[in-house]
Ligand binder design. Structure first.
Ligand SMILES: Cc1cc2nc3c(=O)[nH]c(=O)nc-3n(C[C@H](O)[C@H](O)[C@H](O)COP(=O)(O)OP(=O)(O)OC[C@H]3O[C@@H](n4cnc5c(N)ncnc54)[C@H](O)[C@@H]3O)c2cc1C
Length: 413
C-alpha cells in the first residue's frame, strides 16, 4: 500500500471543511484541505451570521474585530402590518450579537485561519471527482481529481456542499422525506447597507398566496445590501415559482429610497438549494465522513447553515481524532460509526421539530394565521426567536427549558 498524502483529506473549503480541518490539525493530525475554486470566490448566500456562528468563529480565533465585520444586535421582523426589533437573547452559551460578512471574504478568512493557526495544508483549484476505494474493503482511501491526480488519506471528509460528489459517489442520495429550501439573492447599492439589525420579511406573496419562507435585507456595510428570499418545498407552489421574478417583484414593492432597482444591482440574482434536517444520511460510511451541507445540516426553522457547517465540522473532527488514535482498524471503525448517532443526539430532536414546523407552514392558511395572530405578541416573538435560532442555555429561563425539553422528546431526525 502506498503511503498516505495526509492523515485526513478534507474536500471543500467552505465553513464546514475549514472548521473540520482546523480542529483536526489542532488535534495534531496532518490535514490536506482540497478546494475546487480559488479564493477569493463568490458563494451564493445571505451572508448573515447568528450568535451561533459568531461563537464558532471566536472559538477558532478568527479576528472578528478586524475591519469588514458588521455587527448586529438582533432581528427586525416585518409582517402582518407590523415592524419590530428583537434583540438576540442574552445567554451564557452564545454571544449576544450577530455579524454580516460576504462569503467572498468569509470563506477565505476561515480557510486561511485554519492554515495559519492549525497548520492545515490548503490546495486551491483542485476539483475532486470521485472517492478512491480499497478493492478489498470497499472503504474510501483517497480521492481522485479532474486532472487525474490521486490523494490518499487514512480518512476522507466530504465538506463539498449540497452538490457533494463524494457522498453521491458512495451512493448516499437525498432523502425525499426531508424539507428542502431554495433561496435567491443579489446585492444592491443602497442606503440600507448599514443596519444594526438583520431584517426579515415574513410575507412573501405570489398573487394572493402567502408562501412559506421569508425575504431578507442584510446590510453588508460596504455600500451594498444583500437582498434575497428563501422558500420551502413544503408548499404545493414550490416547483412552479420563478424565484428570480418573485425577488424582482418583491424588491419593486420596497420603498423607492432604498434603491432596490436594476440600475443599483451589483451582480446578478443567483440561487441555490438549502439541504435541511439531515437530508443525506448516514453521516459516516466506509471511510467517508459528511459535514455541513453535504450531510444536509441546515436548520429547517430558519435556513441557517453556516453555524451548523462549522459545528458539525468540530464534532466530526473530535470523533475522527479519537478514531485515528485507536489501536486497531476495528476499534477505529467502531468509533467512526458513532458519529451519526452523536449528530442525532445533538441536533436530531430539534431538527424534527423544525420539520414539523415547515410541514405546518406549508399548509394553506397556517402561515397567514401565524403572522396575523403571533406577531403582535412580543413575549411569543422572543420565544420564537430562541426556537427558530436554536439559541438557548442548557439551564436557562422557562422558554429555554421548554425548547430544550421539546427537542429532547421529539424523535431524532
Ligand atoms: C441564497 C442562500 C442564502 C443563504 N443564506 C444564509 C445565511 O444568511 N446564513 C447562513 O448561516 N446560511 C445561509 N445559507 C446556507 C449556507 O450558505 C450553507 O449552509 C453553507 O454554505 C454550508 O457550508 P458548507 O461548508 O457545508 O458548504 P459550502 O459553503 O457549499 O462549501 C462547499 C465547498 O466545497 C467546494 N467544493 C464543492 N465541490 C467540490 C469538489 N468536487 N472538489 C473540491 N471542492 C469542492 C466548494 O467550492 C465550496 O468551497 C444560504 C444558502 C443560500 C443558497
Amino acid at each position: 500500500m502506498s503511503t498516505p498524502d495526509a492523515d485526513v483529506i478534507v474536500v471543500g473549503a467552505g465553513p464546514a471543511g475549514s472548521a473540520t480541518a482546523f480542529y483536526l490539525a489542532r488535534a495534531g493530525l496532518d490535514v490536506l484541505l482540497l478546494e475546487k475554486t480559488r479564493f477569493p470566490r463568490e458563494k451564493v448566500c445571505g451572508d448573515g451570521l447568528t450568535p451561533r456562528a459568531v461563537k464558532q468563529l471566536m472559538n477558532m480565533g478568527v479576528d472578528i474585530d478586524a475591519p469588514g465585520w458588521i455587527r448586529n444586535k438582533g432581528l427586525r421582523v416585518v409582517g402582518g402590518g407590523l415592524r419590530f426589533e428583537l434583540d438576540w437573547p442574552r445567554l451564557d452559551r452564545f454571544p449576544d450579537f450577530g455579524l454580516v460578512r460576504t462569503r467572498k471574504d468569509f470563506d477565505e478568512i476561515v480557510a486561511v485561519n485554519a492554515v495559519k493557526k492549525g497548520g492545515v495544508r490548503l490546495m486551491e483549484g483542485v476539483n475532486v471527482t470521485a472517492p478512491v476505494l480499497d478493492d478489498r474493503s470497499g472503504h474510501v482511501v483517497g480521492v481522485t481529481t479532474k486532472d487525474g491526480t490521486t490523494y490518499r488519506g487514512r480518512l476522507v471528509v466530504a465538506a463539498d456542499g449540497n452538490s457533494t460528489r463524494l457522498a453521491l459517489g458512495m451512493g448516499l442520495h437525498k432523502r425525499a422525506d426531508r424539507p428542502m429550501g431554495v433561496a435567491v439573492r443579489t446585492y444592491f447599492e443602497s442606503p440600507r447597507h448599514d443596519d444594526d439589525y438583520l431584517e426579515t420579511w415574513l410575507e412573501l406573496w405570489d398573487d394572493d398566496t402567502l408562501l412559506p419562507g421569508y425575504g431578507w435585507v442584510f446590510g453588508v456595510g460596504d455600500g451594498t445590501a444583500n437582498v434575497g428570499l428563501g422558500l420551502l418545498n413544503t408548499s404545493a407552489h414550490f416547483g412552479n415559482i420563478d424565484y428570480r421574478d418573485l425577488l424582482k417583484r418583491w424588491c419593486k414593492a420596497m420603498p423607492a429610497e432604498w434603491g432596490f432597482t436594476e440600475e443599483n444591482m451589483r451582480g446578478p440574482i443567483r440561487g441555490a438549494a438549502l439541504p435541511m434536517a439531515f437530508n443525506r444520511q448516514p453521516h459516516y460510511t466506509r471511510g467517508l465522513v459528511l459535514v455541513g451541507d453535504s450531510g444536509g445540516a441546515i436548520n429547517p426553522f430558519n435556513g441557517e447553515g453556516i453555524a451548523y457547517a462549522m459545528e458539525t465540522g468540530e464534532i466530526a473532527a473530535e470523533v475522527i481524532a479519537k478514531a485515528l488514535r485507536a489501536g486497531t482498524p476495528a476499534a477505529q471503525e467502531r468509533i467512526l460509526r458513532t458519529y451519526p448517532q452523536v449528530l442525532k443526539d445533538v441536533y436530531g430532536g430539534y431538527f424534527t421539530l423544525g420539520r414539523w414546523f415547515v410541514e405546518a407552514i406549508g399548509k394553506p392558511g397556517v402561515m397567514s394565521f401565524g403572522t396575523r395572530h403571533g406577531l403582535p405578541h412580543p413575549r411569543l416573538m422572543r420565544f420564537a426567536l430562541k426556537l427558530l435560532g436554536n439559541l438557548t442555555d442548557r439551564r436557562g429561563d422557562a422558554s429555554d427549558r421548554i425548547i430544550n425539553a421539546l427537542s429532547k422528546v421529539a424523535p431524532p431526525a
